[in-house]
Structure formats: structure tokens, C-alpha cells
Design a protein around this ligand. Structure first.
Ligand SMILES: [Zn+2]
Length: 255
């Protein structure tokens, strides 16, 4: 019996990040009876073309809620302004409160070497909040956890850091070929607003198709069709139980 409850909280910067980087893995865990909560720090208001910020926020809330529902997950948005997200005391406390509210056993967030500034700030906030989730003096109205949740980092858009250098070797890949990849595409398909955004922002004509290609590429690195990859936060202050690796043993691949 694990020391950690089977409650997974994924906290990312934008309303489609969990789907883009981790939803194949989330669907495998949902199938295994884990409770999944998907959270976005910002409401994604800059991610709209042909609609203003508040219209975009409303559309993206609907899209993200529908995407989460595909695997029976809850969606929570912290409502920070997209592109103007700064680490501060309030957001750290709010993140601690959500970690406690869902009694998180495992948390996934962005990698510290991610390409996007909002992603890197989210990673910093989540790391800081998870670290103090057991401490009674944190000014949160939720009761402290018994044990610090395990922390994992998902993949950046490519396997390069903001300056284009290769990122550290992923600690493990998760084989999401077949049904999990289909679920991932179904979840992504709810983020219709992002097709046009990606065309304008990244000159990417087919956002969903490009996501599949990226997962194909990761899959090819470990001899399978589609994969996602992760790093476990093994630095000081965190427990090091390889819980996700054991839970998903049949799907874990290495190079
Ligand atoms: Zn993002």
C-alpha cells in the first residue's frame, strides 16, 4: 500500500497545457481509478483570435471543462491573467489550498527548463507550494497534508530549453500508443480555439496534428508509436518513491 493517496493534481499555466503535454498519462491513471484534477493558473485570455480577452476566457473555460470531463477529471482555474502571471504570496497560498483540498498524492507541473515564461513561473510556484503543503503555519484555510506530495515535471514543447540546448534526459517515457493517444486527441479536440491561435502565434497550421507528431517523435525515441515523458523532482525536500513509475509499470519506457 502506497504512502500516497491516488489523487493526481496537474497544475499547468494555460487551459490546454494538461491536454497537450500529459493527457495520455492522465487517461491511463484515470482508467486505474485515480482521481484526477486538472488546474490552470491563468484563464488563457490571450489565447483568442477574433474574440476579446473576456470572451476568450469564457470560451476556454468551457473547452477545458469539456476536455477534463473526457476522463472524468475535475477542472479548476486560478484565474490569473494570461501572459501577466507573476509569482506572489497569494498564488502560492491558493495553490497550497488546492493541493490540500484534493489531498494530492502526486502533482505534475511544467519543467523548470520549459520554453514558455508562464510555464516556468508556474513550475516555480507549484514547487514552492508543494514543499510547504504539510506545514501548519501556511496561511491556508485547508488542513495540512500528512506527507509532501510527489512532484513530477512534464515535457516542454520540444526537448530543448529556452536557448535551444538539449534538456536533461527524461527520467522515463510513458507509452501512450493506442487508446490513451486516442483519448488525448479527443481531449485536445475540445480546445478548438487553439487551432487558430497556434496558426497565428507559432505558424502551425494544424495544432492537433502537430501534437500527434510530437508524441510520435517521442514514441520513436523509445521504440513505440506514441509517448509522453517525465522527470521526477528528486531534489532535497521531496520524497522519492517512484510511484507513477510503479503504477504505470507496463507502460514505462527508457531510451
Ligand atoms: Zn501553456
Amino acid at each position: 500500500m502506497s504512502r500516497f493517496p491516488k489523487n493526481l493534481l496537474i497544475i499547468q499555466a494555460h487551459p490546454d497545457d494538461a491536454e497537450a503535454w500529459s493527457s495520455g498519462t492522465l487517461s491511463l491513471l484515470a482508467d486505474r481509478g485515480w482521481n484526477i484534477t486538472i488546474a490552470a493558473i491563468t484563464s488563457g485570455g490571450m489565447g483568442g483570435i477574433g474574440m476579446n480577452e473576456s470572451e476568450t476566457v469564457a470560451v476556454r473555460l468551457q473547452e477545458a471543462t469539456a476536455a477534463a470531463a473526457v476522463i472524468g477529471a475535475e477542472y479548476h482555474c486560478f484565474g490569473r491573467r494570461d501572459g501577466y502571471f507573476f509569482d506572489d504570496e497569494d498564488i502560492r497560498t491558493e495553490v497550497v489550498s488546492l493541493i490540500r483540498q484534493v489531498n494530492a498524492g502526486v502533482i505534475i507541473t511544467h519543467a523548470p527548463f520549459d520554453y514558455h515564461q508562464d510555464h516556468r513561473t508556474t513550475c516555480q510556484v507549484v514547487d514552492a507550494a508543494a514543499m510547504v503543503a504539510t506545514l501548519p503555519n501556511v496561511p491556508s484555510d485547508k488542513a495540512p497534508l500528512d506527507i509532501t506530495p510527489l512532484l513530477y515535471h512534464g515535457m516542454p514543447m520540444s526537448l530543448s530549453d529556452p536557448l535551444g540546448s538539449a534538456v536533461p534526459e527524461p527520467h522515463f517515457f510513458v507509452d501512450i500508443s493506442g487508446k490513451p493517444m486516442d483519448k488525448k486527441m479527443e481531449m485536445l479536440s475540445h480546445h478548438k480555439s487553439q487551432q487558430e491561435l497556434m496558426r497565428v502565434m507559432h505558424k502551425m497550421d494544424d495544432f492537433f496534428g502537430e501534437m500527434r507528431k510530437f508524441n510520435d517523435k517521442l514514441g520513436a525515441m523509445v521504440g513505440t508509436e506514441d509517448a509522453e515523458c517525465y522527470w521526477q523532482h528528486l531534489g532535497g525536500g521531496y520524497q522519492k518513491d517512484p510511484l507513477l513509475q510503479e503504477e504505470l509499470k507496463a507502460y514505462i519506457r527508457h531510451r
